[in-house]
Ligand binder design. Structure first.
Ligand code: FAD
Ligand code: NDP
Length: 317
């Protein structure tokens, strides 16, 4: 018969590892499935895809994203987390203990923490891979303050709240910001639209799509096309930011937890409880607003504390 564990954590970004550190220190002997390129991202999560992380407290000179995640992983293991480099393909919440399954077989646990993050959508433009993290990014708040973008023109793709938020944020550093909207209208809220329209550093190019990223060792130009007139142009930019939405990694839940209209897990206000008692969620998989390493870590802590309280109330620890 399959052994029942106290708690299983699925996902290995800042949320999952913070949850693991708290659960391990609470003597819950957590098991973590860190994923094997789940959602196209290496174990350790989104920060493994970036260079300098300058806004995570405790590192005054900044720290490289992969190194920060390696240190979190070491800390999880140091306190007693067992980590498997495997992707969970399904969970079964219809009976307790819950079942977690994948190519590794089946594991059971009294409580689950879902910390599978979200994947920023990327556009498959020519040169997009070559200049990824060499001028092209999917997170202006993370990368926008880097010296390479200072006092130079940059571009943001998207017409939603994220795109406008990122464009406005970038005006603090860049000399000017092109906002490239593929249709002739914003999807963003009225208040955000007004912010973009009233900002003198932002130029909105309607019905405009990027077809190619150009440069040598770094991005220096983008080729754009007006999809109404078919007129093409080349813009000098040092940065290109995708802000076309994120995909939360929730497909494997197969509808067993309540999700919002964008596919993010719904958690109860003021806690990390999901719609199923005993299952908790943290990090970007339940947060489409803040999406930062520190907020992911904070909610990871909350999820572990909520899980410990649940297990204690049920007499399972
Ligand atoms: P993630 O980091 O997304 O990690 C989730 C992990 O779970 C992934 O490894 C994934 O493979 C795994 N997983 C998914 N599905 C499964 C499954 N079914 N089974 C097992 N494992 C699974 N934030 C900052 O605060 N500062 C920055 O400088 C910064 N820079 C960034 C740069 C880039 C390029 C990007 C994309 C993001 C950046 N962010 C930054 C945002 C930050 O990375 C995220 O907010 C944070 O990583 C979210 O953490 P998380 O733990 O929720 O999930
Ligand atoms: P949205 O889905 O709202 O917007 C995505 C934008 O990207 C749309 O303008 C869309 O264009 C465009 N887009 C999508 N795919 C492509 C593509 N292939 N090429 C070019 N453009 C593309 O995502 P957001 O991340 O902006 O927002 C997600 C949620 O988070 C929303 O509910 C939003 O309100 C919320 N949010 C709120 C904030 C705030 O209140 N301050 C800040 C950030 C997010 P099209 O319209 O043509 O489909």
């Amino acid at each position: 018969m399959t052994k029942t564990h106290t708690i299983i954590i699925i996902g290995s970004g800042p949320a999952g590892h913070t949850a693991a550190i708290y659960a391990a220190r609470a003597k819950l002997s957590p098991i973590m499935f860190e994923g094997e390129f789940a959602g196209g991202v290496a174990a350790g999560g989104q920060l493994t895809t970036t260079t300098d992380v300058e806004n995570f407290p405790g590192f005054p000179q900044g720290i490289m994203g992969p190194e920060l995640m390696m240190q979190m992983r070491d800390q999880s293991q140091h306190h007693g987390t067992t980590i498997y480099t495997k992707t969970v393909s399904a969970i079964d919440t219809t009976q307790t203990p819950f079942t977690v399954s994948g190519s590794f077989g089946e594991y059971r646990a009294h409580a689950l923490i879902i910390a599978t993050g979200a994947t920023a959508k990327r556009l498959p433009i020519t040169g997009g891979d070559t200049f990824w993290q060499k001028g092209i990014s999917a997170c202006a708040v993370c990368d926008g303050a880097l010296p390479i973008f200072r006092d130079k023109p940059v571009a943001v793709i998207g017409g939603g709240d994220s795109a406008i938020e990122e464009a406005v944020y970038l005006t603090k550093f860049a000399s000017s910001v092109y906002l490239l909207v593929r249709s002739n209208q914003f999807r963003a809220s009225k208040v955000m639209q007004e912010r973009a329209l009233s900002n003198k550093k932002i130029s909105i190019l309607w019905q405009t799509e990027v077809t190619e990223a150009l440069g040598t060792d770094r991005l220096t130009q983008i080729r754009v096309k007006n999809n109404h007139t078919s007129v093409t142009d080349t813009l000098d930019v040092s940065g290109l930011f995708f802000a076309i939405g994120h995909t939360p990694n929730t497909a494997f839940l197969n509808g067993q937890l309540a999700l919002d209209s964008n596919g993010y897990i719904v958690t109860t206000m003021g806690s990390m409880r999901t719609s199923v008692p005993g299952i908790f969620a943290c990090g970007d998989v339940q947060d489409h607003v803040y999406r930062q390493a520190i907020t992911a870590a904070g909610t990871g802590c909350m999820a572990a504390l909520d899980a410990e309280r649940y297990l204690s109330e049920k007499g399972l620890i």
